[in-house]
Design a protein around this ligand. Structure first.
Ligand SMILES: O=C(O)C(=O)C[C@]1(C(=O)O)C=C[C@@H](O)C=C1
Length: 108
């Protein structure tokens, strides 16, 4: 009987955590969408002025900063670096695509 009650309580807690997880995932998607909206404009700017898609010096600064932020927030800095690199590789792919199209961004 008390095991049933414990299980009910566990299910209630799980549903609460999942509700927060869903909100956080939605926020992440919206933040990523804003970031990509911004980087697409950067891609057009770079293609227009013949600037290279990748800027390794800027990336090194971003990685150093994010690793510090992650550490302060008790998030694994290696994970933060991998995540940023994953996002930036996709941005560079977009930049290259925009440059190959003569500076025109694709919708979406
Ligand atoms: O800041 C730039 O120059 C960008 O193109 C943006 C960005 C990024 O996504 O943060 C992407 C590619 C560069 O190598 C560095 C940074």
């Amino acid at each position: 009987m008390s095991e049933d009650r414990n299980l009910d309580e566990a299910k209630r807690l799980l549903a609460g955590y999942r509700s927060s997880i869903d909100n956080i995932d939605a926020a992440l998607i919206h933040m990523l969408a804003e970031r990509f909206r911004c980087t697409k404009a950067v891609g057009v700017l770079k293609a227009t002025y013949g600037l290279p898609p990748a800027d390794p010096a800027r990336e090194a600064q971003q990685i150093e900063r994010l690793r510090r932020l992650a550490d302060d927030a008790h998030l694994d800095p290696d994970f933060a670096e991998k995540f940023l690199n994953f996002v930036i590789r996709e941005v560079i792919r977009h930049h290259e695509h925009i440059a190959a199209n003569g500076g025109a961004s694709q919708p979406g």
